[in-house]
Design a protein around this ligand. Structure first.
Ligand SMILES: Cc1ncc(COP(=O)(O)O)c(C=O)c1O
Length: 459
């Protein structure tokens, strides 16, 4: 009997010969990279050159060199850092994960670097299928793209087209959604759109405030007031369920459900931006962690996915020509994105007792312990799963910057978020080990002690 041909949709690394060759290439490259180390002066020169080429300084003097391992990132001068920010949430499985690298190597050898919407390959199909399968009963379609902003821009267009002539969108105060002209309107950061022409299409609703007993009611009233003021002109509402750039501001299910319910009754689109929350809150989507599936019409994902996508119900499938574009993503990004989803599911990361939820508990406990030891240096913390933030000292942007640089000197990568108060933010790999947490938090403590001593000297 002739052998049945193998399906092109099976992961390439299922073939032992492919996995073995991919591993051999990875090992050869790792060995070569580990021998390529810049001396301190050359490293500094390279950092200055990058700044010159970009036209502005890097936020931190980081030039990576090789893949690292787990939460540890190797710099081009051989230094190893503990990375608790992962390129602002891109490295969901940390650095140098052998399985993901083998997946990437095999995908890189299998097809062109990029795949477009005109000529999709098996990786395009696999990723779209995995996303639609996991996004719940209502979501039927996935439109792949490169950046979170592009996925959001596509979602915005789908919603506006479906609800035309409605031309306004509700969004949360302090929400952050991307840097395109369309999204800068919905992103509540006036400084990020300085000097740009703005249509004025965003109608802001206050986010949840745990200190206000009537916070939910206040936001519902604001939403109702917008609807009353612009009858028939509001297309939908954009939800960021854990406000990332605002410093991981969170809200209970009832808060979102009340607003989504009101949107539903008014016939508005409910759009959830999960570019930052994807895979980080315990379930694949934060709307699942919060039990809000029944409301969601459109959801956007990015970062940990290694590409991006807008996912939507049948109703929001746009007319031909509205969304297109040359590139849907890189072949490697699509293959690794699908593999990440498969591993999150098969390796016990998801669910209330899953590894992401367990990591969340560990980080929260460490932050609480640090707060007990250094009450002046560690203020209120918020977070869930693999995303956490806390207010250091008085929460001024200057002190956040100072701690970030002190932490970097100790060997720990963090990032800032929010304002008034500003916070220190962590987007940890979902597979961060206890040892990595131990070492990273010891570095953080040392950095805080140094900053505290410096501040005391200045007083
Ligand atoms: C919630 C949210 N939406 C959208 C974006 C934009 O994604 P990108 O920077 O990939 O365009 C970000 C990026 O930080 C984000 O956090």
């Amino acid at each position: 009997m002739p052998r049945r041909p193998r399906s092109p949709f099976r992961p390439l690394t299922d073939a032992p010969a492919v996995r073995e060759a991919a591993r051999a290439l990875f090992e050869a490259v790792s060995e070569e990279m580990s021998g390529r180390t810049l001396e301190a002066k050359s490293y500094e020169r390279a950092i200055r050159e990058i700044a010159r080429l970009r036209g502005r300084e890097l936020f931190l003097p980081i030039l990576t060199g090789g893949t690292g391992r787990g939460a540890r990132l190797r710099l081009a001068d051989g230094r190893m850092l503990v990375d608790f920010i992962g390129g602002i949430g891109v490295y969901g499985f940390g650095h140098g994960d052998p399985d993901l690298i083998e997946t990437a190597v095999a995908a890189a050898a299998s097809a062109a670097v990029f795949q477009g919407h005109l000529m999709p390959g098996p990786e395009y199909r696999n990723l779209s299928r995995a996303l639609v399968r996991h996004a719940g009963r209502r979501i039927r379609h996935a439109w792949l793209s490169l950046s979170g902003s592009m996925a959001n821009e596509n979602a915005l267009k789908m919603i506006l087209q479906k609800h035309a002539p409605a031309d306004r969108m509700l969004a949360f105060e302090k929400g952050w959604h991307g840097r395109t002209m369309g999204l800068l309107e919905l992103t509540d950061r006036p400084a990020h759109r300085e000097g740009l022409p703005i249509r004025g299409s965003a109608l802001y609703v206050p986010f949840y405030d745990p200190d206000l007993p009537d916070s939910t009611q206040r936001s519902v009233v604001a939403l109702e007031a917008h609807l009353a003021r612009y009858p028939g002109r509001v297309a939908g509402m954009l939800f960021e369920l854990v406000q990332g750039e605002a410093g991981f501001r969170m809200a209970p299910r009832e808060f979102f459900a009340a607003l989504m319910e009101r949107c539903r009754r008014a016939g508005l689109a409910v759009w959830v931006d999960e570019v930052q929350t994807f895979a980080r809150t315990g379930e694949l989507f934060a709307f699942q962690t919060l039990g809000l599936e029944e409301f969601v019409d459109v959801v956007t994902v990015g970062k940990t996915l290694q590409g991006s996508a807008a996912l939507f119900t049948q109703k929001y499938n746009p007319k031909p020509g509205l969304v297109a574009g040359t590139c849907a993503g890189s072949t490697v990004g699509m293959a690794v994105g699908a593999r990440i989803i498969a591993r999150l599911e098969s390796e016990g990361y998801l669910g209330p007792e899953g590894r992401v939820a367990v990591l969340g508990g560990r980080v929260t406990r460490r932050l609480e312990a640090l707060r007990k030891r250094m009450p002046k240096a560690v203020g209120a913390s918020t977070g869930i799963g693999a995303m956490h933030a806390f207010v250091p000292f008085d929460g001024s942007p200057e002190v956040v910057r100072e701690v970030l640089h002190a932490a970097f000197d100790e060997g720990l990568l963090l990032f800032s978020a929010g304002d008034a108060p500003a916070k220190l933010r962590m987007l940890l790999p979902v597979n961060t080990s206890d040892e990595e947490l131990e070492v990273g938090f010891a570095m953080l403590e040392k950095a805080l002690v140094r900053v505290a001593e410096r501040r005391e000297r200045l007083c």
